[in-house]
Design a binder for this molecule. Structure first.
Ligand SMILES: C[S@@+](CC[C@H](N)C(=O)[O-])C[C@H]1O[C@@H](n2cnc3c(N)ncnc32)[C@H](O)[C@@H]1O
Length: 257
């Protein structure tokens, strides 16, 4: 493990325990503690990633236990949800808050549900995933593309095609996250938001090693690092959207600069 990454990782752990200690004394509400932790960690990522020798990552961080063809793993349609009802409602609120209404939207690593809230107005929603049956069963998609982003991180859309993009409970499966975040930026129109939400569930054998090494708060920092390393994103932000006792829900997002 690179020295800088190890430093970031141990720093995250230290701050987490500090946050818990402060919260348990009732000094700050839980969200403020989370925001403080994320802010400090993001600062540390900034420092690490702005060093002259570049990325804090090593190739093995993006290996998966199952390096077999993703298309084979996802060949069998799974018409199931991957988070509970409370977290799904939370994703809907995130979209309500930050996606532009009436626009063209891209749902990355899409399946049979996109979680747009009832009454949300869109011009067009395009899904990109690996299973055609799942996306055909999605009542909110107007169109879909089967494309493996781990085989080819280039997105099959012209520059500036979309007003907003989302990747829901799937960022842990990206083997080339920085390239994909660059591609998402390319296919968005200026100011378009990219909303990356995640919980604590996963298909573990298909999640990248670095994801499995980290806890939820550290994962929020990792996704912020993807945005920062990709470049050209404005106002990278992390939010804890969890509503206990349901599944945890975190959002990291930014707008195309
Ligand atoms: C956990 S599901 C999430 C689906 C959906 N976003 C949701 O919120 O329920 C992950 C989806 O990502 C797609 N996927 C996984 N790996 C992929 C890859 N390498 N390229 C494109 N899509 C992929 C699969 O088709 C699968 O349906």
């Amino acid at each position: 493990m690179a020295a800088r990454w190890r430093l970031l990782y141990s720093g995250c752990r230290y701050r987490r325990w500090l946050g818990v200690a402060v919260a348990s004394r009732g000094v700050l509400p839980r969200f403020a503690v989370f925001a403080e932790i994320v802010w400090r960690q993001a600062k540390q990522v900034d420092e690490a990633t702005s060093s002259p020798d570049g990325t804090p990552f090593e190739a093995h961080h993006f290996q998966r236990e199952d390096e077999g063809d993703d298309a084979l793993f996802y060949a069998q349609p799974r018409l199931v949800v991957h988070i509970d009802g409370g977290a799904i409602a939370g994703v809907g609120r995130v979209f309500q808050d930050y996606l532009p209404q009436g626009g063209e939207l891209l749902d990355l690593l899409s399946s049979w549900r996109s979680h747009l809230p009832a009454g949300f107005r869109k011009k067009r929603l395009v899904g990109l995933g690996l299973n055609a049956v799942e996306m055909q069963a999605n009542p909110q998609l107007d169109d879909y593309v089967v494309h493996d982003v781990n085989q080819d991180p280039r997105l099959p859309f012209p520059d500036g095609s979309f007003d907003g993009a989302m990747m829901t409970v799937s960022v842990q499966y990206l083997a080339h996250p920085v390239e994909i975040f660059q591609e998402v930026r390319r296919v968005l129109r200026p100011g378009g938001p990219f909303l990356v939400s995640f919980s604590n569930r996963m298909f573990p054998t298909k999640a990248v090693l670095v994801w499995r090494m980290l806890n939820d708060e550290e994962r929020a920092v990792l996704v912020q690092a993807y945005f920062r390393l990709a470049g050209g994103w404005l106002d990278v932000q992390a939010e804890d959207r969890s509503a206990p006792p349901g599944d945890p829900l975190y959002l990291v997002w930014a707008r195309k600069g």
